[in-house]
Design a protein around this ligand. Structure first.
Ligand code: FES
Ligand SMILES: [Fe+2]
Length: 420
């Protein structure tokens, strides 16, 4: 039993969450600051705009954190691969002859040429086009032309360089740190709550992407608070979700969960739910808009047959690729056409909302770096932003951060449920 198991269990209780909604609504409408909740200190703006801080994140955080690399459905058959770059590092994912998905640095161990030039495809073996060194799908070097000219070379030592690669259902994560804690334990508390989401039945339907001139944390913050809903999304999601009724829970490792009331009740969150089709989700997941925020850069609003992941991929300090992955959950109760129609509905529903967000974010790097703002100030409603920043400092190590860029630690109620 983990130390917050009982708390997490209570989040499955619809009555408890409804009481929480009423409590939050009362705080908001009667202008009450929740008793005992810490006052959140300012966040130095340099954390968003200084190239120095971006380098610290690269060196100490992105080098050792689990990040989303793709979906198992992108590698449907043995020998299928996906090549991409993350922070300038070429990576290739491949499904081996044994069906397992592995990740490698996309570099030939002879003299460093790129191994896969295409972004996806199917291969029998990795063949470097420079001098034809050839590797098995599990990375083993199996052929070098004129091998007799390398009499002192041990083939095994020239195998492709592996990366840690683990899965949460069909979500494939990679970690540059070979000694990183297992993915399961990194997501432990959150996975416990997410147990009803059949991640092993998830398939990628489509990815929509935007490049925005904003730090990746600015993009991620945006999907971690409901404070902006009535103002930024006046004519869209404000009509669907009641931003006043949100139950928020912060977890270990910088993860969060937000449960927001759907104005029209059950199955009326961001996405339409087909009520006649059985789904495995818990009542609370079906009856609300439930979004998981997974450290460092994923936000996942879950619904019955289709859901999405918003991913903020760092490119440069002031530039981020925001991916909106639309995922479908295989369901025998739906025909392919019906399911695709649901995915298209989800895109129609979510696209204008994300575009409103993208508009707000698209110019933030310039407005933040003009010298006109020294720190960001977040409120009780934006507590996830603080949890995220605070965990980031834990991962980077405060001692590695210049004093003027450090976050001031506060005692946040991690997975501690509010007594009503
Ligand atoms: S660099 Fe790949 S075979 Fe020479
Ligand atoms: Fe938004």
């Amino acid at each position: 039993m983990g130390k917050h198991d009982a708390d997490i269990k209570r989040l499955e209780d619809v009555d408890y969450v409804e009481a929480q909604w009423e409590f939050e609504k009362k705080l908001l409408t009667e202008h009450i600051y929740p008793e005992g909740f810490p006052h959140l200190p300012p966040i130095p703006i340099g954390r968003y705009v200084d190239a120095e801080f971006f380098e610290l994140e690269k060196k100490h955080m992105w080098s050792s954190v689990w990040f989303l690399a793709g979906f198992a459905s992108e590698l449907p058959a043995n020998g299928t691969f996906k090549a991409f770059e993350f922070l300038g590092k070429p990576i290739v994912l491949v499904r081996g002859r044994d069906g397992a998905i592995r990740a490698f640095h996309n570099v030939c161990q002879h003299r460093g040429a790129r191994l896969c030039y295409q972004s996806s495809g199917k291969i029998d073996r990795f063949r470097c086009i420079y001098h034809n060194w050839t590797y098995e799908l599990d990375g083993a070097l199996v052929y070098m032309p004129s091998e007799h000219e390398f009499p002192h070379v041990d083939r095994q030592e020239r195998s492709m360089t592996p990366l840690r690669c683990e899965r949460l259902g069909n979500l494939v994560f990679v970690n540059f740190d070979m000694d990183a804690e297992p993915l399961d334990s990194f997501f432990a508390q959150t996975s416990q709550l997410m147990a009803d989401v059949p991640l092993d039945k998830v398939e990628l339907y489509r990815t929509l992407s935007w490049e925005v001139n904003c730090n990746w944390k600015g993009c991620n913050d945006n999907f971690n608070e409901t404070y902006h809903i009535p103002h930024t999304h006046t004519d869209t999601v404000h009509g669907t979700l009641d931003y006043r009724c949100h139950a928020k829970y912060m977890f270990d490792n910088g993860h969060n969960v937000m449960i927001t009331k759907a104005r029209a009740g059950e199955g009326a969150g961001i996405y339409k739910t087909v009520k006649s089709v059985q789904n495995p989700l818990k009542p609370i997941t079906n009856q609300s808009s439930l979004a998981y925020s997974l450290f460092p850069n994923l936000v996942m609003p879950v619904a019955a047959n289709v859901f999405s992941i918003v991913e903020s991929v760092p490119l440069e300090s002031g530039r981020t690729r925001m991916n909106l992955h639309i995922l479908k959950i295989q369901n025998d109760g739906l025909t392919r056409d019906e399911h695709e129609a649901l995915c298209e509905d989800a895109i129609t529903a979510f696209l204008p909302v994300v575009e409103e967000d993208v508009f707000m974010l698209s110019d933030m790097h310039a407005s933040m770096s003009g010298g006109g703002i020294k720190s960001a100030q977040v409120s009780y409603a934006e507590q996830f932003v603080y949890n995220h920043q605070q965990h980031l400092d834990r991962v980077i190590g405060s001692e590695n951060i210049p004093e003027n860029l450090r976050i001031t630690p506060v005692d946040l109620p991690i997975a501690g449920l509010r007594k009503l």
